[in-house]
Ligand binder design. Structure first.
Ligand code: SAH
Length: 260
């Protein structure tokens, strides 16, 4: 008997990593090689433009749900469809959007989509690529916060930063600001200045793994809002984060576990 999932095509939700080809996983490479169509935000689709076997479906970055719906529809027709994200698809990216659309499907859509073989393939997310370049700033407990207020109120973002700082988490800020939201990172900075000591280390990693990558480590008291843009992931150290030579690291303990 023919496998219904094969007959109905597949949707591979893949992460392209932070940029460099060397940071693309082999399983994502295989998924790309075996696909017929690729959906994603224009620049991510553009990355695959040299591959003649793929039909590319680029879209704007505010069209995630429509993009997920179109990808599922094409997969249901038997195509082998890729959904592209940068970094990891589960980190502020397309994997959740695909499942939101599936969860919201009406009976007719569900009947078409239920047999699509959906598979999420991880990629190296920006904060981990940045942390590796810096040393080990996320070496103890940490959290990731998306500073975009497109999908959640600004007050929720501020509260999360405040509580994370009080709990002494290191933090990674994604989407720190954009032309349409220049105030995002400024608001985060105000909270950090209330909660953290002026010497707290803040790392700005821009275009990690690209030819124009820049890394900058600054004390909170010297941070200016312009140091972050949409191509930057910001890593806020915890109270123990320190520098050794050109590296930044967070010790694995507070010195009480006997490991230092
Ligand atoms: N899914 C992606 C994140 C998408 S949100 C991931 O896992 O990395 C987009 C944000 O990710 C950007 O605003 C920036 O904060 C961060 N980002 C993505 N690629 C980056 C890179 N190469 N260097 C620095 N930050 C990056």
């Amino acid at each position: 008997m023919q496998n219904l999932a094969t007959q109905c095509g597949s949707l591979r939700v893949v992460g392209l990593g932070p940029g460099a080809d060397a940071l693309l996983t082999d399983s994502v490479r295989s998924a790309i090689a075996g696909a017929t169509d690729a959906f994603g935000y224009f620049p991510y689709v553009e990355r695959l433009s040299g591959l003649g076997h793929l039909t590319l479906h680029g879209s704007d970055n505010r069209e995630e749900l429509g993009r997920a719906r179109s990808a599922l529809n094409l997969a249901a027709q038997g195509r082998k469809v890729l959904m592209l994200s940068s970094g990891d698809p589960g980190v502020f990216a397309m994997a959740s959007a695909v499942f939101e659309v599936l969860d919201d499907a009406g009976p007719e859509e569900l009947e078409r989509w239920v047999a699509v073989d959906i598979d999420v393939q991880p990629g190296i997310t920006a904060m981990l690529a940045a942390a590796a370049r810096l040393g080990a700033p996320l070496g103890h407990d940490f959290c990731a916060i998306n500073l975009s207020d497109n999908l959640k109120p600004a007050a929720v973002i501020e509260r999360r930063i405040q509580l994370a700082a009080q709990a002494d988490f290191a933090m990674a800020f994604y989407n720190p600001c954009s032309k349409s939201r220049p105030e995002g990172f400024e608001r985060a900075l105000r909270v950090l200045r209330q909660e953290c000591e002026p010497q707290r280390l803040i790392c700005f990693a821009r275009n990690v793994s690209h030819a124009d990558e820049t890394l900058r480590v600054v004390q909170l008291q010297d941070v200016q809002a312009e140091m972050a843009d949409m191509r930057t992931v910001v890593i806020v150290g915890n109270s123990q984060t320190r520098q050794v030579g050109r590296y930044v690291y967070t010790p694995r303990s507070y010195g009480v576990a006997g490991s230092r």
